[in-house]
Design a protein around this ligand. Structure first.
Ligand code: PHE
Length: 344
């Protein structure tokens, strides 16, 4: 009859032989259960220790420990081998074409409206203007009254907007209410600021008008600010944005918050094939409204119109972008059509 020690060694030999035949994870786990698990054969063999004669115990115990170590080590390296085989098999699989181009990250970019806004802000920053952010949800007082448009003033019709359910609170129709905010924040000190931001109007949407669009307002207030300063600033800006050769033309106009009020045109390059269409045959294109700040507006901002003067202007940067890139439909800006956006 085989001795206990011999049985142990047979167990080891059998286990190792079976392990050698395990070629996948499932087989390995099953083998572990059979030999090293809680109900495995090695546990059973160890339990046998108690039934042996005293003098046999030390040798049996030592041998059992050695077998346990041997099987555990063999089990670990069998796992290694299985993992390696799986990896090799995967790499050798036909169907991986390593010459295919990889999947690259698609680079995002800024929206063209953001880009033009930043370009314009940079030009004015070079001229010493600060950027002032003003709210999009406004009160009727700021959007109209402080700008010299009391209730029932007919000019309010030109700036029809969306009203909130709170009486007197609306979406601003222009960045001009920001003039009052800047003046009140500046507390009587001289001002040279631009105010970029979103505006809203209740309009029938067409290729030329949207219900939301960007504007950039400019405001300069101080002692001795003249109409010549306005002309110089606007001309310098127009030449930096549209090219050093541009001519600027000024036409009389009307805004309740400026006096006198003007509209500013630039001449369009004679060699541009779109010139006729863009300028409707005149050769001139309107780029902004402007004027000297009305005394009542200065007063509303806390300034004394007998001591200081100022000029203001307002432009639509998206319109400028349309001019620069011959875009003929303003609705393209917020449609999120990638075919349009990816061109910039
Ligand atoms: N707020 C005017 C508009 O929306 C533009 C403007 C701004 C005109 C400042 C004069 C001075 O049309």
């Amino acid at each position: 009859m085989a001795t206990a020690l011999e049985e142990l060694r047979e167990l080891e030999a059998r286990a190792l032989a079976e392990l050698a035949a395990c070629t996948d994870e499932g087989a390995l786990r099953a083998w572990h259960g059979r030999y090293l698990g809680d109900k495995g054969q090695l546990k059973a063999a160890l339990a046998k220790l108690g039934t042996l004669a005293k003098e046999e115990k030390p040798a049996y115990g030592a041998e059992a420990n050695r077998v346990k170590g041997s099987l555990s080590a063999a089990y670990e390296s069998a796992w290694e081998a299985v993992r390696e085989r799986a990896l090799t098999a995967e790499l050798e699989q036909p169907g991986i074409d390593v010459t295919l181009p990889g999947r690259t990250w698609r680079r995002g970019r800024l929206h063209p409206a953001t880009t033009i806004l930043r370009r314009i802000c940079r030009i004015f920053a070079e001229m010493g203007f600060q950027v002032y952010r003003s709210r999009e949800v406004e009160t009727e007082a700021y959007n109209f009254d402080y700008l010299n448009m009391p209730a029932h003033h007919p000019a309010r019709d030109m700036w029809d907007t969306f009203f909130t359910t709170t009486p007197g609170v609306l979406l601003r129709t222009h960045t001009s209410p920001g003039q009052i905010h800047v003046m009140r924040a500046a507390g009587g000190r001289p001002i040279r600021a631009i105010l970029p931001g979103m505006c809203y109007r209740n309009e029938a949407i067409s290729p030329r008008s949207e219900i939301q669009f960007y504007q950039i307002e400019g405001l300069v207030v101080g002692e001795g600010v003249t109409f010549a300063d306005l002309k110089g600033t606007i001309t310098s800006f127009a030449r930096r944005l549209f090219g050093p050769q541009r001519q600027v033309r000024i036409r009389g106009s009307y805004f309740p918050f400026t006096e006198p009020s003007i509209e500013v045109d630039i001449d369009w390059p004679a060699d541009d094939p779109n010139r006729e269409r863009l300028t409707k045959g005149t050769g001139w294109l309107e780029i902004m409204g402007a004027g000297m700040v009305h005394p009542k507006v200065l007063e509303a901002g806390g300034y004394d119109p007998r001591r200081v003067t100022g000029f203001a202007f307002g432009m639509g940067p998206q319109r400028m972008l349309m001019l620069l890139h011959a875009i003929d439909d303003i609705r393209l800006f917020w449609q999120n059509d990638l075919r349009f956006l990816q061109q910039f």
